[in-house]
Design a protein around this ligand. Structure first.
Ligand code: HEC
Ligand code: HEC
Length: 465
């Protein structure tokens, strides 16, 4: 069975167990089912609202009225079911694997019909048309979704949620499939003391907003340190930064400790998907030898005797976009190093890392776009630094026909510049301009040591990881 199959079967199994326990319908909040830790962790992500809801069912059902033509007319004539699918496609949502009710993987929907975002908004994408928990969500249109649901609330005379006010205060994300997630964490952390109690803003918010492409969650089991610069020692508590919305008291956050232990246990079980198309095995074997000579010192080895070194590569040697490294300051990391999330310093925090950790490459064929900012559409372009597009647009991201088998990654269109006069902001946010701050596709020139035929072989090998 493929890993994708395994993951779907596994989720279906969890749902079946929940149904058997009779605790799933209506998902009485807090009524935690008796399951193995990892299954409880998956349940918690889908059923516990850790932050305030973004909107309610009525708003979601009515949001199509904010869409531009011709989509609005299409939605007006469609059945509610088709309309829901159109909304899912627009905002990068998908149905939960093994669930027939059409509930979104990316949101907790409670008995009152309130929609609260969960980890899978960023970490649950679609692979060849199917939802895959743990895969970066390359289609997540956070900013467009909030703009359009906020306008719907105004029209329906409903109150705004905190995220709606946030839209005016903080950049949510300028490109689909990426978010300003790190700065969300920094801004929320700045409102907490060492015990995570809410306090007034402690720093003038000179934040360096930048979009990031979420990493695959199946890396978790290989890691000893978390995040791109490896600043935090691996544990379940760093994941709790997600809960630091000011409406949650410190006491409430700390009470979720064991729930996040379960969530971490779930992450440990995640596996990368297997490449489902044909592989030229002889070529891939040649690629393996080249990879082991040129890439393994940073990215580790794969197969039966896999190794992973988890090395931090200094910025001047690496040369990819440096904004993420600078945006999280020594001050921010030092706060983290002293608070409850790091057990008041018992867990080792690196407060001034010099660069980025070379990530594991398991399932790398599936997690395009590449580099931490999602600036490079395919593995072929990672391997050909001088041929990376300056401005590009992904075609139907996440859908079967959006996958480029030849260059391994996203099918895309290269353009001179972002065209003027695109009225639909969602459409506009599919363009990626590598000249904008935080979006550089430069650096990581290591593949230049390789001949063209060696690069072809490595590309084939990368499909097997
Ligand atoms: C708004 C988008 C977003 C949401 C929601 C989100 N994450 Fe993330 N997550 C990210 C981004 C972006 C990073 C990369 C941050 C970095 O490396 O600096 C990340 C990093 C991580 C990492 C570290 C991975 C690694 O390889 O180092 C883990 C684990 C993780 N997230 C788990 C979670 C869990 C669990 C939740 C829910 C409780 C969650 N995330 C919610 C965007 C998100
Ligand atoms: C000196 C260390 C180093 C060497 C050598 C190296 N890499 Fe990397 N690689 C990195 C780092 C660090 C990153 C993360 C860069 C970022 O996201 O900004 C990375 C990122 C990548 C990515 C994108 C990962 C993702 O999830 O987006 C791929 C693919 C990759 N490397 C392949 C290779 C291949 C193939 C080779 C050999 C030809 C190689 N690398 C050699 C350090 C290295």
């Amino acid at each position: 069975m493929t890993a994708e199959g395994r993951s779907c079967r596994w989720s279906a199994l969890v749902l079946a167990m929940l149904a058997l326990l009779g605790k799933f319908e209506g998902a009485a909040l807090g009524a935690e089912p008796e399951l193995p830790d990892a299954a409880r962790g998956y349940w918690a992500i889908l059923e516990i609202p850790f932050v305030p809801p973004y909107f309610d069912q009525e708003v979601f059902d009515e949001v199509w009225r904010e869409w531009p033509e011709p989509l609005r007319s299409k939605a007006a004539q469609a059945s509610p079911e088709v309309r829901r699918k159109l909304a899912y496609a627009r905002y990068g949502l998908s149905e939960r694997p093994g669930d027939r009710r059409g509930l979104p993987l990316q949101f907790v929907v409670d008995a009152e019909g309130r929609w609260t975002p969960n980890c899978f908004t960023c970490h649950g994408g679609r692979l060849l048309g199917k939802p895959y928990p743990g895969l970066p969500n390359a289609a997540y249109a956070l900013r467009t979704m909030i703009e359009e649901t906020r306008a719907t609330k105004t029209r329906l005379k409903k109150p705004w949620a905190s995220v709606d006010w946030g839209l005016s205060l903080i950049e949510l994300g300028t490109t689909n499939g990426r978010t300003n997630a790190v700065i969300f964490g920094v801004a929320l952390g700045d409102r907490r003391d060492r015990d995570l109690n809410v306090v007034p803003q402690r720093r003038l918010p000179h934040y360096r907003h930048h979009d990031m492409d979420a990493p695959p969650l199946w890396h978790f089991r290989k890691k000893r340190r978390l995040y791109l610069d490896g600043f935090a020692e691996k544990d379940h508590r760093p994941l709790m930064q997600f809960t630091l919305d000011v409406s949650n008291s410190g006491k409430r956050v700390r009470a979720w400790d064991s729930v996040f232990r379960d969530i971490a246990a779930y992450l440990e079980t995640l596996e990368p998907p297997r490449y489902p198309f044909a592989i030229d095995r002889a070529l891939a074997r040649r690629g393996e030898a080249v990879f082991n000579d040129h890439c393994a010192r940073c990215h580790g080895t794969y197969g039966t005797h896999a190794t992973y070194v988890e090395k931090i590569i200094p910025m001047d040697e690496l040369g990819t976009d440096p904004v993420r490294l600078q945006a999280l300051t020594v001050g921010h990391r030092t706060d983290y190093a002293r608070n409850w999330l790091s057990y008041y310093g018992k867990k080792k925090t690196i407060t001034d890392p010099a660069g980025y950790v070379a990530p594991p490459l398991d399932g790398i064929w599936a997690s395009a776009p590449y580099f931490h900012n999602g600036s490079v559409p395919t593995l072929w372009h990672v391997l050909h630094p001088d041929r990376r597009p300056v401005v590009w647009r992904a075609l139907k991201v996440g859908e079967a026909d959006g996958y480029d088998r030849e260059r391994v990654g996203l099918k895309h269109e290269v353009v001179e510049r972002v065209p003027d006069g695109i009225a639909d902001r969602w459409e506009r946010r599919w363009y990626f301009d590598t000249r904008e701050p935080g979006k550089s596709a430069a650096g990581h020139r290591f593949p230049e040591e390789l001949s063209e035929s060696e690069r072809q072989a490595v590309l084939e090998y990368l499909k097997t990881l």
